[in-house]
Design a protein around this ligand. Structure first.
Ligand code: UT7
Length: 322
């Protein structure tokens, strides 16, 4: 059996950052409210003509460089996004063309904010089945394009960005060795109306805008995330003390604090980027992961617990040794 080992990471944020104070000039909100309720201070927004594939490509290039790998060595690209460049083809194929690697498999995964967790699980299974050796996994979003900028309850929360990792197949030498230990995916579609986009090619033939019942999503997020992180620990017969780094989905600092508290993890073990990035959906976990890897916090051999929850609802976790 093969194991998926992380050998590189990358990230990209659009140049323009919008601070809370700038938003309060156009909608009835304030820096105080946004910081107190979410922890967010600013978010990045893609430039006119800058697409999800552009963000993804930049993150992918950096991940390949840090892995010391040429794009030609890849045999699969899995890209998580809920904001593809176009309805089809998959944004993964746009990135593939820009990387100059025609012929290998390339497809998108759609699980909104849980997208990167789903994409990692898919890639991991390709590797474990012996079908892929070197896989590029990307989370990339331009949520700024689907926000209703007049709706203060949602537009202050999200941002654009991309993160990527390169996974390599290595013989499985058990949980003491580097690599993905387990993946855990869940969904419950009956909660559709709590977080969705009111448009789509088959229904309204428009792109639509994000709609969310924030309080309800919050309530489900804390319960579902607590459940799935425990599930990941139990599956590996580990106690929470074994976690070196919690790399959570960055939707709201209060949700992250709640998960860390349940795990009895001190704040120093939690990677936080929500303040600077806002909620970047499928990009949030790989952006946080790359930040902690590149600033030297996460080092080879560290146990990392990644988790996310989003529209659907979908939720999940990945436990790995970096
Ligand atoms: O990644 C996908 C998962 N998404 C999430 O995890 C998001 C989960 N939900 C949340 O993070 C929080 O529920 C929010 C940050 C969205 C909202 O926080 P809350 O503490 O649940 O506030 P609320 O929605 O209950 O709103 C409280 C008040 C309301 O006013 P009234 O009715 O009490 O007079 C809102 O109208 O705050 C008002 N409000 C705002 N005020 C200033 C809502 N948005 C804003 C705003 N600025 N931007």
């Amino acid at each position: 059996m093969m194991k998926s080992v992380f050998i590189g990471s990358g990230a990209y944020l659009p140049q323009r950052a919008i601070a809370n104070d700038e938003l309060s000039k156009t909608i009835d909100t304030s820096d105080e409210w946004i910081v107190a309720r979410t922890g967010i201070r600013r978010r990045h927004v893609a430039a006119e003509g800058e697409f999800t594939s552009d963000l993804a490509y930049e993150a992918a290039k950096e991940a390949l460089a840090s892995a010391g790998m040429k794009a030609s060595e890849l045999d699969l690209i899995v890209l998580a996004t809920a904001t593809p460049d176009e309805t089809f083809p998959a944004t993964a194929t746009v990135v593939q063309t820009r990387l100059g690697v025609a012929g290998i498999g390339a497809f998108d995964v759609q699980a909104v904010c849980t997208g990167f967790i789903y994409a990692l699980a898919v890639a991991n299974n390709f590797i474990k089945a012996g079908q892929s050796r070197n896989v590029l996994v990307i989370g990339a979003e331009t949520f700024s394009r689907i926000l209703d900028w007049q709706d203060r309850a949602t537009c202050v929360l999200f941002g654009d960005g991309a993160g990527a990792v390169v996974l390599r197949a290595e013989p499985d030498q058990g949980n003491g060795a580097r690599g993905i230990m387990s993946t855990h995916l869940h969904a419950d579609g009956q909660h559709h109306d709590m977080l969705y986009v009111d448009g789509g090619p088959s229904s309204t033939r428009t792109t639509g805008h994000l709609r969310m019942k924030g309080k309800e999503v919050f309530r489900h997020a804390v319960v579902n995330l607590a459940q799935v992180v425990n599930e990941a620990l139990q599956a590996n017969d580990l106690e929470a003390e074994a976690i070196d780094w919690l790399v959570p989905h960055q939707a709201n600092k209060r949700i992250i604090d709640h998960t860390a508290k349940k795990l009895k993890l001190p704040p120093e073990k939690v990677v936080l980027t929500v303040e600077e990035h806002g909620n970047t959906s499928a990009a949030s976990v790989p952006l946080a992961l790359h930040e902690a890897v590149s600033d030297g916090r996460i080092t080879p051999g560290d146990v990392i617990l990644m988790e996310a929850m989003g529209g659907g609802f979908t939720w999940g976790a990945v436990l790995a040794r970096w």
